[in-house]
Write a protein that binds this ligand. Structure first.
Ligand SMILES: *[C@@H]1O[C@H](CO)[C@@H](O)[C@H](O)[C@H]1NC(C)=O
Ligand SMILES: *[C@@H]1O[C@H](CO)[C@@H](O)[C@H](O)[C@H]1NC(C)=O
Ligand SMILES: *[C@@H]1O[C@H](CO)[C@@H](O)[C@H](O)[C@H]1NC(C)=O
Ligand SMILES: *[C@@H]1O[C@H](CO)[C@@H](O)[C@H](O)[C@H]1NC(C)=O
Ligand SMILES: *[C@@H]1O[C@H](CO)[C@@H](O)[C@H](O)[C@H]1NC(C)=O
Length: 754
């Protein structure tokens, strides 16, 4: 390899080598050497050039891409201005697109994100002459849940845009999870399941992640032939695009979870019914888990792999999580080792070059079961370098040190950040700024990448952008400056007030050091036992709001600014909802009718105003979510089914509220039809018990809320706005003037201990 490198890249290669101790690099180069783009350099260059054309159609001809795989063993891009054209030379199409984005960000002050873009390039493209090597072999993207929480209804247009975003940020190892149920249906048919049995097993589209992990079955289903064809077609488009850019798509493998009908067909096979998950009852819970050491496991696993490879081809990397939130039946280390061997064997019997990607969630979720010895037994059951471990939530619960760098298996340092795709603002900026470097530089480090593994996207973009840069950042950045510059790029103008607003957010909201399930008072079902409080001084949030609004004159035409003004206003109400709630709670307990009336009225008024601000921005509307679900349907019955799926996932999450509000969305339409009506019933009832002397009964009011608000919401079919209503700046200013005097007096109530 070395002697094929050009002189300029030799130095880069050495620099990368000295950054991290190299115990494992050569070994992993050998075991993972075949995990590389199959598309020709020309195809990758053309695909990267197409990304540029979609991002900046008018200026695309000012950029010229060459892909040269020999430029480095680890990805690298070079940017050079030659005769008014920006020459991008890179190892892959992904690296080239990432180089293009680097130029947009750091030479042109531009910004491309999930919800807003700012592409006001200078007339004369700035000079550039720089080489940027990536730190590691891989940049990984997606959690096995993202596919349901964020992508479930997407059409090709939405996927195309998102794949562009992935490569702009350098992701080269990503899940590609569409179409797998269509493959499973064929396999189940081959194993003689009836159509009725198959239909009873598949959940609806919005719940497929948890069907796949064996958590539940059937809820929101079945899946139609039309859905299967759509998913297969989509998967082919996605794979073709990813491969043309030089990305490595990760496909699923058989993890052992089976429809109940297999017990009828194979009564003697060793399979256990899985335990109930988060309160799902027998109707929808507990598929079977087939012991991986059974011969049948290998037969089913191979059948699935063969059928999948036949339909989609393969890049040899497979995600497989048998024990995400469920335990093996035996604690014996020999058994656990055999389990790992069998799972891997089913992969390699179909694809001899298979690499197993394992989410480390089992070790995080169940540390009492997964002792160091048992984890070691599973991890070392596969040849070293043939398994890649995703350290899934490295920013809060890293496991690479506890588990001795996975006993030699390579791992990827991932930021999970968000559960359920909820919207509250938070993030651990210092941790993600520093810890990946520390981990990479540990003695004998087996880290081979960085990644993003959120359960849901479309929130807190800033923290994801900061994390993506760990892919090439050589040392921690100055966060104060980084956040200021982020604001400037996102808004397209260096506004001092906006910078100050973000400096404040950085040192408060984005200095979180804990795990956050995104559950806040205003999005939780009302009761008098909710917890409140923030990790930062909420007067700082009010200051940030003040500064952001003060930037309105300069930034009122900026898409990113308008989004963030809605988001910060939303955050203010989310946080001060805690104060009104604590006021309500205290006055209720003290029997203070007057004060109860005040807080009760205030909290309902706040919900009305929250709806007003959210409805001014498309990113905060329920309508598009429901509409995209209906657009994915083949007929009116399916429209109804998919709409119910979409509404249930973000509210009840299950037929009876099994994980109530876990994936709640602070969107216009959800506030007015779901969160606010719940609190209205609650306040009225509590008020009634206060005045009548009848004792307060939580289960009564919870039942009433379920019957009158929660359940009807999931079956509602009324037409929703899909375009924003009202002016963001005007609305935010009016709400600021109306609420600020009150909020300033309420600070002490937020963190009140009960
Ligand atoms: C399915 O049923 C057919 C007909 O009874 C039988 O020949 C075949 O072996 C069965 N397949 C499996 C995988 O059991
Ligand atoms: C790193 O690897 C070397 C060579 O195998 C070994 O001697 C050393 O103890 C290892 N260091 C750590 C911290 O594991
Ligand atoms: C970060 O940058 C700010 C603003 O330029 C500066 O005041 C601060 O001292 C810097 N912090 C560090 C740790 O260098
Ligand atoms: C929060 O900040 C304000 C303004 O700086 C200050 O007056 C107040 O004491 C702080 N509160 C806490 C709990 O630190
Ligand atoms: C509470 O009950 C009183 C007496 O019926 C009523 O006047 C008041 O409006 C109620 N307050 C709320 C917040 O429902």
């Amino acid at each position: 390899m070395i002697n094929r490198l050009k002189i300029t890249t030799l130095t880069i290669f050495l620099v990368v080598n000295t950054l991290s101790p190299t115990c494992c690099k050569d070994l992993f180069s050998a075991t993972l050497g075949h995990i590389k783009p199959k598309a020709t350099p020309e195809t990758q260059a053309a695909a990267a050039q197409d990304v540029i054309s979609r991002i900046i159609p008018e200026l695309a001809s000012s950029f010229s891409v060459v892909v040269d795989p020999d430029l480095g063993e680890t990805d690298v891009f070079q940017l050079q201005k030659q005769e008014n054209v920006i020459q991008i030379t890179a190892t892959t199409g992904v690296a080239a697109a990432a180089g293009f984005n680097y130029y947009l960000k750091y030479y042109c002050n531009c910004h491309v994100s999930w919800e807003a873009s700012q592409l006001n390039l200078p007339q004369d493209l700035p000079d550039v002459d720089i080489t940027v090597p990536f730190n590691d072999r891989f940049r990984y993207y997606q959690n096995t849940c993202t596919t349901s929480y964020s992508f479930v209804w997407w059409d090709w247009g939405q996927w195309e845009k998102h794949i562009d975003w992935m490569v702009l940020n350098g992701f080269n190892l990503v899940l590609a999870f569409n179409g797998q149920e269509a493959i499973w249906e064929r396999v189940y048919q081959r194993f003689n399941l009836t159509q009725e049995e198959i239909d009873g097993h598949f959940s609806g589209p919005a719940f497929l992640s948890w069907l796949r992990m064996g958590n539940m079955r059937g809820w929101g289903g079945p899946l139609s032939p039309a859905w299967h064809s759509r998913s297969i077609a989509l998967q082919k488009q996605i794979l073709e695009r990813m491969r043309s850019l030089g990305m490595i798509p990760v496909l699923p493998a058989f993890a052992g979870h089976l429809p109940r009908a297999f017990k009828r067909l194979y009564p003697d096979a060793n399979m256990d019914m899985m335990g109930a998950w988060v309160g799902f009852d027998d109707t929808y819970c507990c598929p079977y888990f087939l012991d991986p050491t059974e011969t049948l496991f290998n037969e089913i696993g191979r059948a699935f792999m063969d059928e999948q490879i036949k339909e989609f081809g393969t890049d040899h990397v497979y995600n497989c999580d048998s024990f995400n939130e469920n335990r093996p039946t035996s604690e014996d280390v020999t058994y656990l080792s055999n389990v790992g061997k069998s799972i891997y064997q089913a992969m390699t019997d179909s694809d001899a070059d298979a690499i197993w990607i394992l989410q480390n969630w089992l070790f995080v979720n169940s540390p009492s079961f997964w002792t160091v010895e048992r984890a070691q037994a599973l991890l070392t059951s596969v040849p070293i370098g043939k398994m890649i471990v995703l350290d899934l939530q490295s920013e809060f619960s890293p496991k690479y040190d506890d588990l001795d760098q996975y006993f030699g298996q390579p791992y990827i340092w991932c930021m999970l950040h968000d559960f359920g795709g909820t919207l509250g603002m938070f993030g651990s900026s210092s941790v993600i700024n520093e810890a990946p470097h520390t981990a990479r530089n540990e003695e004998n480090s087996t880290m081979i990448g960085t990644g993003l593994t959120p359960e849901g996207i479309n929130q807190n973009y800033v923290i994801y952008e900061l994390m993506t840069e760990a892919a090439w950042r050589t040392s921690p950045d100055n966060l104060t400056e980084w956040f200021e510059n982020y604001a400037t790029r996102r808004y397209g103008f260096a506004d001092d007030n906006a910078k100050e607003a973000w400096r404040i957010l950085q040192r408060t909201i984005y200095e979180f050091k804990n795990r956050n399930y995104g559950q806040y008072v205003i999005i939780n079902s009302p009761s008098f036992s909710l917890s409140t409080g923030t990790w930062y001084n909420t007067s700082d949030l009010l200051d940030s709001w003040t500064y952001l609004l003060a930037a309105a004159d300069n930034l009122a035409n900026s898409e990113g600014y308008l989004h963030d003004l809605v988001d910060v206003t939303r955050q203010v109400f989310q946080v001060y909802g805690d104060a009104f709630y604590n006021g309500l709670y205290t006055s209720f307990n003290g029997g203070d009718l007057h004060s109860f009336d005040y807080y009760g009225t205030t909290i309902l008024d706040m919900f009305a105003d929250l709806e007003f601000i959210l409805v001014t921005n498309e990113a905060f509307l329920l309508g598009p979510w429901v509409q995209s679900a209906m657009n994915a349907a083949a007929d009116v019955d399916e429209e109804r089914q998919f709409q119910q799926n979409a509404r249930n996932q973000i509210t009840l999450w299950g037929p009876r509220g099994e994980i109530l509000d876990y994936a709640a969305k602070q969107w216009a339409g959800v506030i007015s039809k779901y969160f606010a009506p719940r609190w209205k019933l609650f306040v009225e009832y509590a008020n009634e018990t206060l005045t009548s002397g009848v004792s307060f009964d939580q289960s009564y009011i919870s039942g009433k809320i379920f019957d009158e608000v929660e359940l009807p919401f999931t079956y509602d079919e009324s037409v929703l706005p899909v375009v924003p209503i009202g002016d963001t700046v005007e609305t935010a200013k009016a709400l600021y003037d109306k609420w600020m005097p009150t909020l300033k007096t309420m600070e002490s109530l937020i963190n009140m201990k009960k």
